[in-house]
Design a protein around this ligand. Structure first.
Ligand code: SAM
Length: 267
């Protein structure tokens, strides 16, 4: 059941804009003031929709993404911001050796929205981000914990049953690959799903990485129903209960999205 936004980039862009304005920015602003002229970077910006509400508040933005077609769409959807130099869009892997140079100690806020679970070696990533941040810089991260029912992103499958079947991504790699291939998913879909199986991240592993890299958590919120699902499936967003959110490991299986705001602990 590939969803409408999987083949309609304009719709995907608009959903990114709405989700960012309605959920991401209010969450950030509960602990961190967005001020006109602030420099922000989104890593894994896709079509760039997340950035637009930040720019409407006067932030100056850089968006980076690995996929040329997504950066081309962002350039198209956000033309006016690019031409007035409020936005730069870059098609690069953030691990490219020449990426860091000009951006060292540049950003007040870095955003990784539904991106960290696609990027390999998250421990290295969280350490690397410190070099991009200004000394008091802050990072927003939103991601689906790996063990949640659709943490494997199987909703991108063509096969209807596969796309809704919960927890199937937790099968051993060989079995999972065999099922995807046996049900005739495209080679690109199989590749993407197996890559996510390698990079998917749990709440506990994420928090261990924060601790190891000396980040403090300024704010966090867990969702039983991810806000983005209202655009995808028409489901009303719901926060996770405090009790469930406090149960290590189990909470991963029933939490579809987590938001964190973190800052390097300088003490
Ligand atoms: C699921 S999309 C999220 C797009 C957008 N942030 C949103 O919330 O809709 C993840 C994006 O991360 C990008 N990405 C993955 N690894 C990357 C890397 N190493 N460097 C830059 N972008 C990367 C992918 O190309 C993809 O567009």
């Amino acid at each position: 059941m590939s969803l409408a936004q999987h083949h309609d980039a304009r719709l995907r862009f608009q959903q990114q804009v709405d989700n960012s304005a309605t959920y991401v920015i209010p969450f950030i602003e509960e602990r961190f003031s967005l001020v006109k002229g602030m420099k922000i970077m989104e890593i894994g910006c896709g079509e760039g929709g997340v950035l637009r509400p930040f720019m409407d508040k006067g932030c100056v933005a850089v968006g980076v993404d690995l996929v040329p077609a997504r950066i081309a769409l962002a350039n198209d959807f956000l033309q006016e911001y690019v031409s007035n130099e409020q936005l730069r869009l870059i098609n690069k892997n953030i691990y490219d050796l020449d990426f860091l140079g000009e951006f060292k100690n540049s950003f007040d806020l870095i955003i990784l929205k539904d991106a960290i679970e696609h990027i390999p070696d998250q421990e290295k990533l969280m350490s690397y981000l410190k070099q991009l941040l200004k000394p008091t810089g802050t990072i927003f991260l939103g991601f689906p914990p790996w063990y949640m029912p659709h943490g494997g992103h199987q909703q991108i499958c063509k096969n209807k049953l596969l796309s809704v079947f919960p927890y199937i991504h937790l099968l051993p790699v060989a079995v999972y690959r065999g099922i995807l291939k046996g049900l005739k998913e495209d080679a690109d879909t199989v590749k993407e799903l197996l890559e996510i199986k390698e990079t998917g991240i749990s709440i506990e592993r994420f928090e261990r990485i924060l601790e190891k890299n000396h980040y403090s958590v300024l704010h966090k919120r867990f969702y039983l129903i991810n806000p983005i699902y209202q655009y995808k499936f028409g489901w009303k967003p719901r926060k996770q209960s405090g009790f469930i959110a406090s149960i290590p490991y189990f909470r991963n299986f029933v939490t579809t999205c987590v938001y964190y705001l973190v800052q390097e602990d300088k003490r």
